[in-house]
Ligand binder design. Structure first.
Ligand code: NAI
Ligand code: AKG
Length: 523
């Protein structure tokens, strides 16, 4: 498919005078085969108007039609085949195998949400029957969730497919019945265009209203700000930096009508090496750690950036294994020059800190945007003395905290900000101590993991990819898994409405296969 560089505003494809090009992350050279139009503030308004016009139609369609549309998006994304992988690899520097997997995950997310839409449980149907004989009389009350309205989605740089134009935020918003305006990430505009064209083919094929999906491109923060400010936008999905996420939260909160922002931001994903596990299989844990740390050049928000262990010979052996495993690994191309620069600054800050020791490094960089992996260590006391040591370094750098004892380890945990994940490496002999840690970890993180690694989020019903601030802006939700649909819904109660005016799904016998809670009893 030939790229045009146009914007997608509903069914219209538009070119603009101001344009930009993607850059090859490996060299920094511009990819000159196509220039991408920069959306104007008028384009933002037009996309939001199209999303607003489509919303009453799209949100009222039978759920079967909505589910069929989501499946058509999955099919069309898969049909893009190698062309999508090639473009995404060119724009992100990520290898083809990883991107093929991500394409499958992206299509899988749409299919999961199609099944979820059909299941209907997310509508939270409840009926409390009237009791006119009660004093005072009890009214008939019926509840369901309704979609919020048009949603703004910001594509992420590090997952050009699964967290971008048709990533998890878009899939869950469309599943909820919301329309979507995407602000594509400027690092991969061609990838976004290919994906948007697949979504629009699905729109056409399944007869969805134009405006259900739009894609805007541009490089400035003003564009994203204008989108969040638009009065028709009712919620925001974002994955990116803490600075970007908090800026959007501020804009959303200062609107005449504030709206929710679901921003996934920074996380260092603590991993706790429990003594029995460390003693029994420190070497295997070290290898697993280095594998997770260096996956995708460490550019995962689930990257294990912090490891906590009790000082002693087992931790020494672990560190030397991890350092050795790291030493042979090549530096990897990072996503953008800016992300590489931020990584190098973060790595240099740790390396230059008097309290920090270098445990091991990967092979030196042999290109301008290659990130060299590194593991550092610090004592628990020094870590506690300076909270800056807990700042995320986005890439393959991790800090191991050598705690004097279990009490100090608990103090370090207590100092941590909100996290997406917290991982325990445990054996049976650790269970008693681990049992005391689990309640602490569930306060810190959205996902508590045992004997696995945080990178690679499973897209399922029981997944939580979220966590207390600053891991996300709203720790009550997830951005991955079927529960993500809840972010874009709100409950409405219908009191004493005549049957003819009730939503069909709330009429007696109208729920179909969807579960209904009648007078408090689950069906
Ligand atoms: N938590 C996570 O999963 C991720 C975190 N990052 C972090 O973000 C850093 C920069 O990477 P990017 O992906 O470029 O993230 P970013 O936060 O700079 O940009 C993400 C998107 O938000 C927009 N944006 C950023 N700041 C904005 C503002 N003030 N107003 C309006 N729109 C704004 C950008 O134009 C882009 O579309 C990385 O070095 C890393 O530290 C990056 C990717 C994923
Ligand atoms: O680990 C994953 O699969 C997802 C990571 C993620 O959400 C991110 O890096 O933005």
């Amino acid at each position: 498919m030939t790229l045009t560089g146009e914007l997608f505003i509903g069914a219209e494809r538009l070119a603009r005078g101001e344009q930009f090009q993607a850059a090859d992350p490996a060299t920094g050279a511009l990819i000159e085969d196509v220039s991408f139009s920069v959306a104007t503030v008028e384009d933002v308004a037009a996309a939001c108007a199209a999303a607003e016009a489509a919303f009453p139609i799209y949100s009222q369609l039978p759920l079967e039609q909505r589910a069929t549309f989501l499946e058509a998006v999955a099919d069309e994304i898969e049909a893009l085949g190698d062309a999508l992988t090639e473009r995404a690899s060119r724009e992100s520097g990520l290898p083809a195998a990883r991107l093929n997997g991500e394409r499958g995950r992206t299509a899988g997310q749409f299919r999961l949400f199609a099944r979820e839409v059909r299941d209907g449980g997310w509508q939270q149907l409840r009926i409390d029957r009237a009791d006119p004989a009660r004093t005072p009389p009890k009214p008939d009350l019926r509840l369901r969730t309704v979609p919020l309205g048009p949603v703004a989605v910001f594509g992420a740089s590090n997952f050009p497919l699964a967290f971008s134009a048709a990533g998890g935020d878009t899939a869950s918003a469309l599943a909820a019945g919301c329309t979507v305006v995407v602000k594509g990430h400027p690092a991969h505009p061609g990838t976004s265009e290919l994906v948007a064209s697949a979504v629009l083919r699905a729109v056409e094929r399944t007869g969805m209203p134009a405006g259900v999906f739009s894609l805007l491109n541009g490089t400035s923060n003003e564009l994203g700000g204008a989108l969040v400010r638009d009065p028709r936008i009712t919620a925001v999905g974002f994955t990116g930096s803490r600075g970007g996420g908090t800026a959007l939260m501020k804009i959303a909160a200062e609107r005449p009508v504030p709206i929710p922002v679901y921003a996934e931001m920074s996380s260092i994903n603590p991993v706790i090496l429990m003594p029995a596990a460390l003693s029994a299989r420190g070497s295997a844990i070290a290898k697993g750690y280095v594998g997770s740390l260096t996956l995708g050049a460490g550019q995962f928000c689930t990257n294990p950036g912090l490891v906590l262990g009790i000082d002693g010979p087992d931790l020494d052996a672990f560190l030397s294994e991890a350092g050795a495993a790291l030493s042979g690994l090549p530096a990897q191309v990072m996503l953008t020059a800016g992300i590489h620069r931020a990584y190098e600054e973060g790595r240099a800050r740790l390396a230059g800190s008097a309290e920090v020791t270098t445990v091991g490094e990967g092979q030196p960089a042999d290109g301008p945007t290659h990130g060299r992996a590194a593991i550092f260590s610090i004592t628990g006391a020094d870590f506690l003395a300076d909270p800056a040591h807990a700042h995320e370094v986005f890439g393959s750098t991790s800090l191991v905290v050598r705690c004097a004892d279990a009490d100090e380890l608990a103090q370090v945990l207590a100092k941590l900000e909100g996290q997406l994940t917290a991982t325990l490496q445990i054996d049976e002999g650790d269970y008693a101590d681990a049992a005391r840690l689990v309640p602490v970890l569930e306060r810190v993180a959205g996902r508590v993991i045992a004997n696995d690694w945080p990178t690679g989020v499973e897209v399922t019903h029981a997944m939580v990819h979220g966590g207390p601030y600053p891991a996300t802006s709203d720790g009550r939700s997830t951005s991955v898994g079927s529960l993500a649909i809840d972010r874009f819904l709100r409950p409405v109660s219908y009191q004493s409405l005549p049957e003819a005016l009730l939503p069909a799904v709330l009429r007696d016998g109208g729920a179909g296969a969807a579960p209904v809670r009648v007078d408090g009893k689950r069906g």
